[in-house]
Design a protein around this ligand. Sequence first.
Ligand code: FES
Ligand code: FES
Length: 145
Amino acid sequence: MASELIVNGHTYEVRAPVGASLAHVLREELGLTGTKIACNEGHCGACTVQIDGVPALSCITLAHAVRGEVTTIEGLRDHPLVDAFVKADAVQCGFCTPGQVVSAAALVAANPEPTSEEIRHHMAGNICRCGTYPRIEEAILHWRG
Ligand code: FES
Ligand code: FES
């Protein structure tokens, strides 16, 4: 079954079978491998993308059910948060980082000056096994440089 998916402003025809996850389609069909799959069960946030600006776990989102516009980390490559994460040294193994940046971008779009508490609340679904939480918080606090 084919359906259309708008990702980072481009329209794609998706040929994956019904039941395929958005994360799978992004990575395996569209070649957008910046979106990571870790738990594949909706627990860790590594696969976070935005759908119409709202963070969504793409590993538990059915590709054919998506109706809004998808933004992945590739679509945010010029976002100031990317530099902010580097400056704050908020990346260790880096596996969680795309999901962290995608989540954080949604936060600062809605609330450009979030407090530490707001950051922690918003980012609670993004797990970092390397424990870089204080640096992630620092990056988001100073995302505009
Ligand atoms: S890979 Fe999707 S939440 Fe963990
Ligand atoms: S930097 Fe390694 S899991 Fe977050």
